[in-house]
Design a protein around this ligand. Structure first.
Ligand SMILES: NC(=O)c1ccc[n+]([C@@H]2O[C@H](COP(=O)([O-])OP(=O)(O)OC[C@H]3O[C@@H](n4cnc5c(N)ncnc54)[C@H](O)[C@@H]3O)[C@@H](O)[C@H]2O)c1
Length: 456
């Protein structure tokens, strides 16, 4: 953890899709635009990031490599955006068609969607839900029918939701928790994005209890010895939870301090240890009879320009940030250690949503988390378990303290508030997702980035 860390690296907050697209547009039109200043800041940040990389003894000439990298990133984004836009449009069209025809009999709709192989499983499942008789036959809206149609159905609902449908029909009772969060200071560093309230996760948990809503709940936070994990553990405990503070054996002292302060329990384990899933599952089962909320917060950065990245650096990052999360979650679900109505919250990053120079490994791991929660949420829904990710922007922790000072300052200024977030900003968002009031939020990625990355 100590070496070469630096969340956000060169310009983690800055390489958001909007800014990249703006830059490409400005270049095409040959204009001097207002956004140019921010773009130049990004370029400076990226250059310094590369220079820092070089200081570690690797890398080619900074200027040349940066220019190429930037060009490649812009081209890739444009190409990706085009392809994605087309695919999304096809899915939306197919689901619309299917929904339109569902009232007259869903089978015809399903057939029509099948004739569009490129649209794939998502639209098919969305179309087949009404055919099952539960959606259109009951007079409910197509989105809801899609929501009940299995994994593909939820994906279809995501697309229809992307057009502005943020509250699923019948999910109104699940709204107060989210409204309360967004109206309070707990969401101070959350801005510029939608959150969807759905009926995806089953269950009628009491969503109206806002006083110590986690009373009697057992919550495990990995990587809780410091930074975001420690701040989260403290907020969760304030809301009534008993917190299991997990960190590496080498971090016994800071982990124990956190646990003592909040009346929690220490669990020392390296999450990347192949034996860790079984050990964690047994510990939680034997000591507490199970666990209610699991927060996969432990994570590392090992920044290097991709051309200079050794396989072990790639593997370690993917293993700790992504594969360990999957292994531990599997053990907790297959052993029924995570109780019904439970919560799984994973730490992604806006670097995982936008990509970032010098952080290919990190971005891949955190992008993987975003896809993982979307998928897993559909599988745990029947047990009322919600699965979400938080994608922080630049947050002031040990991880970001390792970034060279000039780049750090640029990263701070890229947020709409002109400052970095605090660990407690992320902790508040995690705590909101942990509460009964967040039953309507599942399969989503909530950004805590101060508006450094804006959009749906
Ligand atoms: N700080 C940011 O700006 C930022 C931004 C986006 C995402 N994140 C993510 O938030 C999470 C917390 O980050 P942070 O800034 O608090 O980092 P941090 O370095 O301050 O703390 C991370 C903790 O995880 C623990 N950890 C690392 N590897 C572990 C392992 N194999 N087993 C058990 N514990 C392990 C460390 O010991 C440490 O206590 C990470 O997943 C990180 O990727 C942070």
């Amino acid at each position: 953890m100590a070496e070469a860390e630096g969340e956000g690296g060169p310009a983690q907050a800055g390489l958001g899709g909007d800014q990249q697209q703006e830059r490409a547009q400005a270049e095409a039109e040959g204009e001097q635009r207002q956004g140019g200043r921010a773009e130049r800041q990004l370029a400076v940040g990226a250059e310094q990031g590369l220079a820092a990389d070089q200081e570690q003894g690797e890398g080619g000439p900074p200027g040349a490599a940066l220019g190429e990298g930037e060009k490649e990133a812009t081209v890739a984004l444009e190409a990706g955006g085009g392809l994605f836009g087309e695919a999304a449009q096809q899915v939306v069209e197919a689901v619309e068609d299917a929904q339109g025809q569902a009232a007259d009999g869903g089978e015809a709709a399903a057939e029509q969607v099948e004739q569009r192989p490129q649209v794939g499983e998502a639209a098919q499942a969305g179309a087949q839900a009404p055919a099952g008789g539960e959606g259109a036959a009951a007079g409910e809206r197509g989105e809801l029918a899609a929501e009940r149609g299995g994994p593909g159905g939820e994906l279809a609902a995501e697309f229809t939701g992307a057009r502005g449908d943020l509250l699923a029909e019948g999910a109104e009772a699940r709204l107060p928790g989210a409204i309360r969060f967004f109206l309070s200071t707990a969401s101070a560093f959350v801005t510029g994005q939608p959150l969807r309230i759905t009926k995806l996760a089953k269950g009628d948990r009491d969503t109206g209890n806002f006083v110590k809503p986690l009373n009697g709940k057992v919550v495990m936070v990995t990587g809780a010895a410091r930074g975001i994990g420690a701040a989260t553990a403290e907020i969760l405990a304030n809301e009534g939870a008993h917190v299991v503070v997990l960190d590496r054996p080498a971090d016994d002292q800071p982990a124990s301090e956190v646990a003592r302060k909040i009346g929690g329990t220490v669990l020392l384990a390296d999450v990347s240890d192949p034996k860790a899933p079984e050990q964690i599952a047994s510990f939680l089962k034997e000591k507490f009879g199970g666990v209610d909320v699991v927060i996969h917060n432990a994570g590392i950065t090992r920044d290097k320009m991709f051309a200079n990245m050794k396989p072990d650096v790639w593997d370690a990052t993917i293993d700790i940030n992504l594969a360990a999360v999957v292994r531990i979650t599997d053990a907790l679900l297959s052993g029924d250690v995570l109780r019904e109505g439970g919560r799984i919250i994973c730490l992604s990053s806006i670097a995982g949503l936008s990509g970032n120079a010098g952080q290919t490994n990190y971005a891949a791991s955190k992008g993987g988390i975003a896809g993982y929660v979307r998928n897993l949420a559909t599988k745990t829904a029947a047990k009322g378990i919600t699965v979400n990710a938080i994608a922080p922007g630049f947050i002031e922790t040990r991880m970001t303290a390792a970034i060279p000072v000039a780049i750090r300052e640029v990263a701070r200024r890229l947020s709409a508030l002109g400052q970095g977030g605090q660990p407690s900003d992320v902790g508040q968002a995690i705590t909101f997702l942990s509460t009964p009031g967040a039953q309507g939020v599942s399969g989503q990625v909530l950004r805590v980035c101060g508006g450094a990355f804006v959009g749906a």
